[in-house]
Structures are given as C-alpha cells and as structure tokens.
Design a protein around this ligand. Structure first.
Ligand code: PLP
Length: 598
C-alpha cells in the first residue's frame, strides 16, 4: 500500500561511482569570475579533495583558484580522469573528441548541456557520460553535504555517515535505496551520526555554526559552499526532517518552517511580487482564505478563489496575465473535497505557472501530488505529520519538476539576485534553485524558522505516520457510517460515501482511504450544533486536526468565524455543521461518545 511507481534515479549509483573513482578533473570553460557558477563548482570540487585543472583559452597561462589554466585538453601534462564541460551544447563534440584522445574515463556535461552526437561517440569509445547535471550538486547531494537544509540524497542507511563524507561508490557501500513509504518514514534523512554513532537523530539546539576559517565563512555566505551558517536559515535536525519529507513525496528537497501558514508564505515568496495574483480553490481551509485574501494584500499580492472542479473556470482564471500560481488542497479542510490534481497541473502548465498543492489532510501516505503533476507540495506538519498535537510546523516540498527558466517570468529565480552577488538561483542551483531560494532568501529575510525541538518531534511523529494513517482511515469509515445512518444527522461530507462527488477522485488519487477529517450537518440550527460539542466527553473540543486524539469543533463559530457570510457560504460552511478529526482510539468508544452527545 505504501510504495510508489518509479521514483528511483537509478543512475545515482553510476554517478556516485564516477565521483568516488575520479581524482583529477579537467574543467572546460571554467570562468575566472568568482560570481559564475563554474567558479563555484571548481572551488567546491577543490575543497572536496579533487585536483581540478582549468581549461579556458582566455585565462591560459594564468591561475584560477591557484590552478594553472590551459587552452586545450591536450596541453595537460598529467593523466585526467574526468572532463567536466561548461560550454554550450553545440561545442561539446570537439571537446569530447579531444577527451577521448587524451584517454579520460568520464565525460560530464553540466546543467543545460546535452549533445547526443558527443554522448554517443563517448559511450561508443567506452567512456561513461553524464549529461545535464552539476558535479557540485550531485556530489553534495550524494555525500550528504546538504547545503542550506534538506536535499534528499535518494539513499538511506543504517550505518554511520563517514567522516569526512564522500559519495559511496557501490551498492554494498553502506547505502540502501527504496521507495517504500513505511521504510522511508522511519529512515529517510536520519542515518546514524558519523561522529558519535547515535542512532536517533540529535536535537541540534544551537543558534549558529562555527566556520573553519575566514575563507570558509565567505564561501558559505556566497552560497558557494554547502553548510550551516545561522539557525534562522538552516539547522541539521530540521534538515533531517526536510530530507524525510522530500523522500516521502519523491521530491528533491524541502524547506521546513514554523507553521503551515509560514509554509504558504515561504512557498509563494519566490513566485509573487506586487501586482501578481494566485488562483486558489474557494474551499481552502478558512485560515488560508484569510491569509491569501486579506493579509497577503498588504504585500500587493492578490488571490481569486474559484471552483477548482470546473476546468473551464480554472483555465479562464489562470489565463489572466497577472496570475503566477494555482493553489488547491488535495483533500480540503473541512469538507473533505478532493481536487483533480492531474487536470489542474495540466492547465497550470499550459499557462507556464506552477501548481501548488496543500497536502496536509491527505499526507504523502495517501497521496503524492507530484506523481500527478503538482510542482510544489506544502504541509502544515502540525497535523498528521507530527501527529500528536504537540508541535506546530510547516513544510514546502519541491518536486523539482517546474522549470523556472522557461515558465512565465519568475525573476526571483531566473534573473541575477543583487542580494547574492548576482547569482541566478535557477541557473546556479539547477532544479534545487527554488528550495535553495526558500532557505537562502525567503527564510533568511522573513524569518519563520522551525525550532529544532519541533523538527525532532515531527521526525518522531513521521516514523508512525503510515501506521497511524491506516488506523485514522479505518476509524473514520466506522464513524462516518454511524453518523450517516443517524436520524439527527442531515448530511455527512466524507469522500468515502459512494454518492459523494469526490468519491471517484479519492479512489484515483489516494493510495487508500478517504480522509479522517470531515463534516456532518445536524438536522438543527447553529445553537444546537454548539450544544452538541459541549456534550462530547471523549472528543476534544479544539481547533486542530490530525491528532492521535479525536477532535470536534463547530466551524461557523470558530475556525471560519472570521469569514464573511458570503465567504462561509462559498466554503460550504453551514450553521449546524460540525467538523470532526477522527483519531486512533477504539472506534466503538468514539461512536459511543457521539451517540450520547447526539
Ligand atoms: N493548511 C491546512 C489544510 C490546514 O488545515 C491548516 C491549519 O489548520 C493550515 C494549512 C495552516 O497550518 P498551521 O496551523 O500549521 O499554520
């Protein structure tokens, strides 16, 4: 029940092997300008212990980063293992011919560089070839040198991380690969500590991180080196959580923040600017409607709320030039409606904008939105993910699928950033550009950082998420069926009801279950609904969902109180409606409590 179809990047083992066996790299097209990505990469690789020989006719005879630069590969006086190419695709063929002539073993073409003729020639000559990837990103990803926070390496392990870290060369090099969610929920992001052997991850309760020396500090601040600087931007415990969440969504990285609302803010920061709008489902969680529709207006951002189940309406809304993102909940809070992720993704992509899915209610155990085309997945980890009602938090998870350079204009990612010496995030960090920006700019400047303690509690909660979701779902089914047949209940809004308009969508998008947060409406009025809440003795009366404990609340007088009557109507919140979040207690007890209260 908890496996995904085909998320494994099988060439990870090939790449790890190449990086482990390479000692000497000739870097063709490296720039002497310290602001260029090629300079970053060379600096990083030197620091990791590789010998790197720069090849650039314009700098021939001079030194780049202390290494003598040559015009051509055939001038290099020593044997080279790999040629790493920073030239446009059309220039690759002669470089590969020269590389074959000097007997290299590996050809590496950086992000955006692909040349089939050169690729085939190299392969036919017995060389291994990597195209369209960055040596620095792959090395840091596979060695666990994770930059600012959580990029998921694709590997888990029950062995200590080596110190110093390096890519592991082979299947028996201590690493394990899986896509099974129940295994990833326990292992991803938390291999035993290299220094101490501690099996469970530490709470890194620290504000800042020491620099090795002044050069190291400068490299970190320039984003040229991976590593932690200051706790507002990143923390190792939080990075473990980020990796685990990315793994569960088959994504490339995540940025964990102080709450679900902070996740929405940080997710939109790289996308929005004054005058820009998002199109969002009109049935979002009430707090999100207030955040988007009222508070974000202070930034000059606007939102249009529509019925996302009407594709013509969605297409019409996102076709507007000022719209830069489409936003919906996979399973909506509170009425349990399920959105058609694939249709929304297709429409968003037709107009060059990303689809952002709030997957809080479904969790990655029921649904991985990225599998159906969503680009960014966000969570209030406060709910099911931490799961025990004891840690507020949020996460932005990046599938890495959206191309920020060729979509609509996203200047924060696709143009030089003056706050970081003119690097272009989507160019320098490839598909890690968005999530790097979330840490390096959005979190740095807005500051809604997750505490390491809450990251730890959320990591612990995640270990049992697959088990809890099974129990939440089976309990929800029993309680919903009880309510459905009760004479005082007018309606139960749960996607498990076969006549629900969302039943088939849930079957299509969810691995199992129909959600455990839903509403039911009494054959009564506002006051009678409030009175029923007061009569519950096992259900807790509070404004949260996704707890191990069962919860009940009257939305019209609490969670949706700030909405206007028109907005409440739009969100289908009725006066006599109650919301329940079904926990993991014995279902007979839950039914007994509701029966007595009814
Ligand atoms: N998204 C959904 C679907 C929610 O239910 C909530 C909170 O209830 C949020 C976002 C906001 O999360 P937080 O309370 O962690 O800020």
């Amino acid at each position: 029940m908890t496996s995904m179809s085909d998320p494994v990047q099988d060439d990870d083992f090939v790449i790890a092997n190449i990086l482990a066996k390479t000692k000497i790299i000739a870097m063709v097209g490296v720039s002497a300008n310290w602001k260029r990505p090629s300079y970053f990469v060379m600096r990083y690789l030197l620091k990791q212990g590789y010998k790197v020989i720069p090849i650039n006719p314009k700098a021939a005879g001079e030194e780049i980063l202390g290494q003598l630069c040559y015009s051509n590969l055939d001038e290099i006086p020593i044997k080279v293992d790999m040629v790493d190419i920073f030239r446009n695709s059309e220039h690759c063929l002669p470089i590969v011919k020269e590389a074959i002539a000097i007997g290299v073993k590996y050809i590496w073409m950086q992000i955006g560089i692909q040349n089939e003729e050169a690729y085939n020639l190299a392969e036919d000559s017995g060389l291994s070839v990597i195209q369209n990837r960055c040596t620095k990103i792959e090395h840091s990803r596979l060695s666990g040198l994770l930059g600012l926070g959580g990029f998921y390496s694709g590997f888990i392990s029950s062995h200590r991380a080596p110190v110093p870290q390096a890519p592991q060369p082979a299947r028996n090099g201590g690493l394990f690969k899986t896509t099974n969610l129940d295994t990833l929920a326990v292992h991803a992001g938390t291999r035993p500590d290299g220094a101490t052997g501690s099996r469970v991850s530490a709470i890194h309760q620290t504000t800042a991180f020491v620099f090795d020396d002044s050069d190291h500090a400068a490299g970190l601040y320039n984003l040229q080196e991976p590593g932690n600087i200051y706790g507002r931007l990143s923390n190792p415990t939080t990075a473990s959580l980020e990796q685990r969440l990315a793994a569960l969504d088959n994504a490339i990285g995540a940025c964990c923040v102080a709450s679900g609302h902070a996740a929405q803010l940080i997710a939109l920061m790289p996308i929005m600017a004054p005058g820009r709008r998002i199109v969002a489902s009109k049935k979002l969680y009430g707090g999100s409607i207030t955040q988007f529709g009222t508070t974000f207006k202070n930034f000059g951002w606007d939102a249009e709320f529509i019925d996302v189940h009407d594709p013509a309406m969605v297409r019409n809304a996102v076709s507007d030039q000022s719209v830069y993102a489409l936003f919906a909940e996979s399973l909506a809070n509170p009425d349990g409606n399920v959105c058609d992720i694939a249709t929304l993704a297709n429409i968003a992509h037709e107009f060059g904008i990303p689809l952002i899915i709030d997957n809080t209610m479904a969790t990655p155990i029921l649904c991985q939105p990225g599998k159906f085309g969503a680009d960014i997945v966000i969570y209030s980890t406060t709910k099911f993910l931490s799961g025990h009602g004891n840690a507020v938090g949020g996460a932005v998870v990046d599938t890495g699928n959206f191309d920020w350079l060729s979509g609509k204009d996203y200047p924060a990612l696709a143009t030089p950033d003056p706050a970081y010496h003119d690097i272009t995030f989507a160019e320098t960090f490839g598909n890690l550009g968005y999530i790097t920006y979330c840490h390096a700019s959005a979190l740095r400047d807005l500051g809604p950082t997750l505490s390491p303690q809450n990251a730890y509690l959320t990591l612990m909660g995640l270990e049992t998420l697959p088990l809890r979701m099974e129990k939440h779902m089976s309990n929800a089914e029993k309680v919903a069926n009880f309510l459905k047949s009760h004479k005082k209940v007018k309606e139960v809004s749960w996607a498990g009801v076969p006549t629900s308009p969302y039943h088939l969508l849930a079957k299509k998008y969810f691995n199992f279950g129909f959600g455990s947060v839903f509403t039911f409406t009494l054959k009564g009025n506002y006051q009678e609904a409030k009175d029923m809440v007061n009569r519950c003795n096992l259900f807790s009366h509070l404004a949260n969902v996704g707890d191990t404990r069962s919860l009940i609340v009257h939305p019209a007088s609490t969670t949706h109180r700030q909405l206007t009557e028109a907005q409440r109507k739009q969100a289908s919140i009725e006066d006599a409606m109650l919301r329940v979040s079904i926990g993991i207690e014995n279902p007979d007890d839950l039914i007994a409590d509701l029966e007595a209260a009814l």
